[in-house]
Design a protein around this ligand. Structure first.
Ligand SMILES: [Fe+2]
Ligand SMILES: [Fe+2]
Length: 264
């Protein structure tokens, strides 16, 4: 089911399929008859629509954040992040199913994947209300990099995707909400507030299962986190951090601060 979502190239069909499959998994769990985990062979790159055109981030035109075009561009970038997140969460489900994990691992990522499908749809609705749509502008080409880099290592995937990239979302979303509030775009403010609240749980799922894996092998989570982020993450960790929401998600300061200082 996860591979079907990853292999679907049409954005709306992808997220609708994702929502249907998520509901089927959660219903099977609620009924006490979980669907079989099975084995999967997910594609290295998920299928994506022919639009938006994907560009190197340096070539994506910058627009003034105070203008309508700027706000459309910002929401378009959020829609792109959400669609990428849909694939990231279904990929973690399909990619590592050869490793024995408790069923709760799948519950968490199926819920997160379903959230991402809803986030994408909400942001698309806002884009329409603002006279644009997903695909109208070029988008960032490098979003799948973290998934490819961590294709063979579940702990590295958890460290880099939820615990670094999605945690970064918690840092930057309040500023974005303030910008749409100032412009009186209440639809976008509502959507971003839902995303902001729900993304905390995705970071929390990341740190929960990262810590669980460390506990299973008897290793020190902080040491392993630092080692894996240094090896697999090619960006930089930039303050200011949202210390409060990161704490809610089970990410203590001694996980992320040491990685900033050494990269400055
Ligand atoms: Fe999201
Ligand atoms: Fe997420």
């Amino acid at each position: 089911m996860a591979v079907q979502v990853l292999s679907c190239g049409e954005a709306r069909a992808k997220v609708e399929l994702g929502r249907t499959h998520a509901a089927a998994w959660l219903a099977s769990r609620a009924a006490g008859a979980p669907l079989e985990i099975g084995r999967a062979d997910p594609p290295l790159q998920p299928a994506r629509p022919s639009e938006p055109v994907l560009l190197d981030p340096r070539d994506v035109p910058k627009r003034k954040p105070g203008s309508l075009a700027g706000r459309q561009a910002m929401l378009h970038a959020v829609a792109h992040i959400e669609l990428n997140a849909v694939d990231l969460h279904w990929d973690i489900i399909a990619r590592f199913c050869d490793q024995p994990m408790p069923l709760g691992f799948y519950d968490d990522w199926v819920r997160a994947a379903d959230d991402e499908c809803r986030h994408f749809l909400m942001v698309c609705d806002c884009l329409h209300a603002m006279g644009s749509h997903y695909g109208a502008l070029p988008a960032h080409a490098g979003m799948w990099r973290a998934a490819e880099d961590t294709v063979g290592d579940l702990q590295a995937r958890l460290a880099v995707v939820p615990m670094v990239l999605e945690a970064r979302g918690l840092d930057v979303t309040p500023g974005m909400i303030a910008l749409f509030e100032k412009a009186g775009e209440t639809g976008a403010v509502e959507a971003l507030n839902v995303i902001y609240a729900e993304e905390v749980s995705h970071v929390a799922y990341g740190s929960k299962w990262f810590n669980w894996l460390c506990g299973r092998e008897g290793s020190d989570p902080k040491e392993v986190f630092h080692d894996l982020v240094r090896r697999y993450f090619h960006g930089s960790l930039k303050p200011p951090f949202n210390e409060e929401k990161r704490a809610d998600a089970g990410l203590p300061p001694d996980f992320y601060w040491p990685l900033v200082e050494e990269r400055e």
